[in-house]
Design a protein around this ligand. Structure first.
Ligand SMILES: C[S@@+](CC[C@H](N)C(=O)[O-])C[C@H]1O[C@@H](n2cnc3c(N)ncnc32)[C@H](O)[C@@H]1O
Length: 371
């Protein structure tokens, strides 16, 4: 028997001219790829620095890139409405990146940087397309090791995301402002799934009286994180390689932290419930846990108006869900949503969980938990 849809569902899903939508999809998909290339090669930063329209040769020369490739790329950019083009007196084209486009595409954009995200789908496709397509048949996951450039990309993202907001905007909201005072006085802090340690280093620099431990299961990122924090002269930071779930059996780690953070690091765990139980075990009796994760709702139907739904579900399909599903893991995926997240935190035994929206970051949500 065919599935019934309500009138409201049908209206929400209706698309008046689907072939036009398909044309838009082809164009925007292609634009995503070329914007990602422009971001990676630094072309947006170069063009953003010019006040007036420039020739291909001037742009390619300033970027140190091949003019023929830059010409083709500019073709994508000007037909895609990202760069303007005008004709000079000698008949040759002059290109300009409008200032307002640089505001979201150039590296100077900081927390408002959307250009950095354009690299994500091409990178994940390069790493894992065949394995993900196989997964549709086999149901198997994909190991983290299949994504060699992913950690460096996450660091680029963390730099864009955290540098302007973590200390000045996020931490002052935690526990109604009390966390900043406690950090200033001195706490034992752990960042779980710390990656290359961007967030941890920013906190350690801002709060010299507190001691910080970064934990990640990937030895390569811990090596990089330790090198960078040593080069920055941070003496209140240690890093440790470890699977957070396995740490559960480490008696020394029990009740050894006052504050634990996990930025974007729970939904792609193979055993997220085990990880959250370990977090709770690691907290001192009055300890707190900040889980910062993508904001979504669990049912697809509740995400139909999400402004970045297709993008975030695709990132999840190409990375978060399959890595979480590897070796028989849970495979929650990035769009696991508030309903599943709060249920899992309760199951892990947290006494209270507050779901806090963040004005500076509408795409993420802060689950603030007391042990
Ligand atoms: C999406 S990245 C986020 C990195 C960083 N927190 C950030 O915001 O840039 C998730 C990180 O969690 C780590 N991770 C995943 N499962 C883990 C586990 N079971 N134990 C420890 N780290 C884990 C991964 O190696 C990866 O570095």
């Amino acid at each position: 028997m065919p599935e019934q849809t309500t009138t409201a569902d049908a209206a929400t899903n209706a698309t008046p001219d689907f072939s036009q939508k398909m044309v838009d999809i082809l164009n925007y998909g292609a634009l995503n790829l070329a914007v990602g290339i422009g971001y990676r090669t630094g072309l947006f930063d170069v063009m953003d620095a010019f006040d007036d329209p420039r020739s291909v040769e001037a742009i390619a020369g300033a970027a140190g890139l091949d003019a023929r490739y830059v010409t083709e790329w500019l073709g994508v950019m000007c037909t895609g409405g990202i760069v303007t083009v005008e004709t000079a007196e000698d008949g040759s084209p002059r290109y300009r990146l409008p200032r307002s486009h640089g505001d979201v595409l150039a590296r100077r954009a900081g927390n408002g940087n959307l250009g950095v995200y354009a690299q994500e789908i091409p990178l994940l496709t390069l790493c894992a397309l065949e394995k993900v397509v196989d997964g549709f048949r086999t149901g198997e996951g994909v190991p983290y090791a299949a994504y060699p450039r992913f950690q460096a990309f996450m660091t680029e993202l963390a730099n864009a995301k955290h540098r302007q907001v973590l200390v000045d905007q996020f931490l002052p909201t935690v526990d109604n402002g009390r966390m900043v005072d406690r950090l200033a006085a001195g706490l034992r802090v752990c960042d779980l799934g710390c990656g290359e340690g961007v967030a941890l280093a920013l906190m350690a620099e801002a709060f010299p009286n507190s001691r910080f431990t970064g934990i990640d299961m990937d030895p390569r990122v811990i090596e990089i994180a330790a090198e960078r924090s040593a080069a920055a002269g941070l003496d209140n930071v240690v890093f440790r390689v470890g699977d957070v779930v396995a740490l559960c059996d480490d008696g020394d780690i029990a009740e050894s932290f006052d504050y634990i953070t996990a930025f974007d690091a729970i939904h792609d765990q193979q055993d997220p419930l085990g990880a959250l139980r370990t977090v709770r075990r690691m907290l001192a009796p009055n300890g707190c846990f900040s889980m910062i994760d993508i904001d979504s709702r669990t049912p697809h139907q509740a995400n139909l108006d999400h402004p970045m739904g297709p993008f975030l579900y695709t990132v999840s399909l190409m990375h978060c869900m399959p890595v979480g599903r590897f070796a028989g893991g849970a495979g929650l995926g990035m769009m696991w949503g508030r309903e599943q997240a709060t249920a899992l935190l309760a199951q892990a035994g947290f006494e209270s969980v507050a779901v806090v929206e963040m004005a500076h970051d509408p795409f993420n949500i802060h689950y603030f938990c007391r042990r």
